[in-house]
Design a protein around this ligand. Structure first.
Ligand SMILES: [Zn+2]
Length: 255
């Protein structure tokens, strides 16, 4: 049994190398303190079987080998780097070779920020994370305390990390519109959007527990629903069985 599992992992590693030749990633043992941090903070990782955990660790190392995580007026440590990588891997866990070709750098801000990227007193920042566009292409920004709060080891429906990386997956086809071509094939794009609009109606009528920020547009709906789907899958399935079925198919994950 275990020899088969071993072959699966080695095969996956081979694929990662073959497909990702431009990656700076070199296999190296996963630091035990990182395993401890992931177990404490990332329940998605904690719930994986041993082979899944090994795959997750390889993906984390590969992500961090290829992307810069930079603190802006704030210190960053391994916890922050790991949580950024975990946010990226969770929604794309089923796609072993995927490593965000549209991301170069992740900036960590000391707090929530405003649209001029100002933080602190007087700035009245309420943005917790964002995907850069135009001159900020390839850049993702997170507020440090909100990233930490997203991974407190508990199941809730808030995760700024997953939210922003889902926007990045959505935007790969050129439009952040709630219908990522990588995840939604043509045959169910329409039924998916129909279900989204039905749920938006329920949110408007106060009959849904999905964060009303999802009403902004279909792209925000997808990002907000994904936070819930990955953070509290059992509750999401119970409360939103139809959406759950679609999202299970999109992300190719049975949580
Ligand atoms: Zn958003």
């Amino acid at each position: 049994m275990y020899s088969i599992l071993f072959l699966v992992v080695v095969g996956a590693l081979f694929l990662l190398f073959y497909k990702g030749r431009k990656s700076k990633y070199h296999p190296s043992p996963f630091p035990p303190e990182w395993t401890k941090l992931l177990n404490e903070k990332v329940h998605f990782y904690k719930n994986l079987d041993p082979v899944g955990q090994t795959m997750f660790e390889i993906r984390v190392q590969r992500f961090l080998a290829d992307k810069r995580v930079t603190g802006v007026d704030t210190e960053i440590d391994d916890t922050i780097r790991l949580l950024v990588a975990a946010s990226a891997i969770i929604p794309t866990f089923a796609f072993a070779n995927f490593n965000y070709p549209n991301v170069n750098e992740i900036l960590i801000y000391p707090n929530a920020f405003n649209k001029n990227f100002e933080t602190g007193e007087g700035a009245e920042g309420n943005i917790l994370g964002m995907v850069g566009n135009q001159f900020m292409n390839g850049i993702v920004i997170f507020s440090k305390p909100n990233l930490l709060k997203s991974f407190d080891g508990k199941a809730h429906s808030f995760n700024v990390g997953v939210h922003e990386f889902v926007h990045l997956i959505d935007g790969l086809d050129g439009a952040i519109d709630g219908v990522p071509e990588m995840l939604v094939n043509n045959s169910f794009a329409l039924p998916w959007l129909t279900e989204v609009r039905k749920e938006m109606k329920r949110i408007r009528q106060n009959e849904s527990d999905i964060n009303p920020y999802a009403l902004t547009n279909e792209a925000e709906f997808l990002a907000v629903a994904s936070e819930y789907f990955f953070d509290a899958p059992e509750k999401f399935e119970r409360k939103h069985p139809k959406l759950y079925k679609y999202m299970e198919k999109m992300f190719q994950q049975d949580l």
